[in-house]
Design a protein around this ligand. Structure first.
Ligand code: AKB
Length: 331
């Protein structure tokens, strides 16, 4: 197939780390747009989500270059979305494995993108900023700032952001990266992050139980509903390369933002539906230190101006969604 034909055809997509919080939802969205057979979901664990059975599923370990290459070649892949990662709290507990997956895995994917002419999406995070950012930018940390982060996870993400942009500038690799806030979903588990409380708190509330929170009540962080996150990811990946190159030459890392809240605010929001719901606090020093080092707010003006990002969910709507989708009633 000639290159011009490849550019015009429907992309063949590989999602790595696809069994986690984001993979199944992204596969569902992309399969609706590009066809079920064109979206390959993959992970190192057996599928635990029904979406795995709605199209191709493969074993793929991002730390295994040859294994990944085999899938990319055999499946004739054009786009890779890499969700394989150890999140912030788990990375502090297992720094070596985290390095291999978060750094080594991404380097493999960037090298494969260079060899096989792939478009690659690798998410980054609020964790890619350090404690200075929220002091210097209390109203929102911009895309470009000093990133002296204090968690292993943040250090890994900063490295990959910079490596990806260097592969773009030096080798023309079509690298794309969004910095995600904490993502909140009802039907998939977050798995080892600092922002996981914002999912767990809703689960307890709908069961009629109280919640013990590991972050302080005023630990404000940027957050986002999973549907906004997945829509942003799909839209950003579709944006024309030319548009991105002209708008911010050499820069492919964009903040995306929707809402900011802390445990006290989400507790208040849940109480509008379950007035008896109680939260107490037992602080986890590791996750509290991570949260304290992250920005409270993102400035995402570039994403809004350059490729048209906009969010749909605020805290009130998120609370209604979570209660309904976790089996509670908002009536
Ligand atoms: C985490 O808490 O580690 C993640 C993130 C914000 O990147 N949810």
């Amino acid at each position: 197939m000639r290159l011009s034909q490849r550019i015009l055809r429907t992309p063949k997509v590989l999602i790595t780390g696809g069994g986690g919080q984001l993979g199944p939802g992204l596969a569902r969205l992309l399969r609706e747009q590009y066809g079920h057979e064109n979206v390959v979901l993959s992970d190192v664990r057996k599928p635990n989500n029904p979406e795995a059975y709605n199209g191709p599923w493969k074993y793929a370990d991002v730390t295994d270059y040859k294994g990944l290459e085999q899938i990319i070649v055999e499946q004739d892949i054009d786009w890779v979305f890499n969700f394989a990662a150890l999140l912030s709290a788990v990375s502090e507990a297992m720094p070596e494995l985290a390095y291999n997956v978060n750094v080594g895995g991404c380097k493999n994917i960037l090298d494969l993108a260079k060899v096989h002419n792939l478009r690659v999406f690798i998410p980054s995070t609020i964790g890619a900023y350090g404690p200075a950012s929220k002091l210097t930018h209390p109203d929102g940390v911009p895309d470009i700032d000093i990133q002296r982060c204090t968690s292993f996870y943040g250090v890994h993400k900063v490295f990959v952001e910079n490596l990806g942009e260097n592969y773009l500038r030096k080798f023309g690799v079509d690298f794309r990266c969004l910095r995600y806030p904490g993502i909140i979903s009802a039907d998939t588990e977050p798995g080892g992050g600092t922002t996981d409380y914002a999912v767990d708190i809703y689960k307890k509330a709908v069961k009629g139980e109280n919640y013990t929170c590991y972050l302080k009540p005023d630990s404000t962080l940027p957050m986002m509903h999973v549907d906004d996150c997945l829509r942003a990811t799909a839209e950003f990946m579709k944006a024309s390369e030319e548009l991105l190159n002209i708008a911010r030459p050499g820069n492919r890392c964009y903040n995306i933002s929707a809402m900011c809240f802390n445990p006290a605010l989400v507790h208040d929001s849940i109480k509008t539906h379950f007035p008896q719901f109680q939260v107490d606090y037992k602080i986890d020093p590791v996750r509290q230190a991570i949260a304290d080092s992250w920005p409270r707010r993102f400035d995402d003006r570039n994403a809004r101006e350059v490729w048209g990002w906009d969010h749909e969910y605020d805290l009130g709507r998120l609370t209604e969604y979570m209660i309904q989708n976790l089996g509670g009633s908002t009536a």
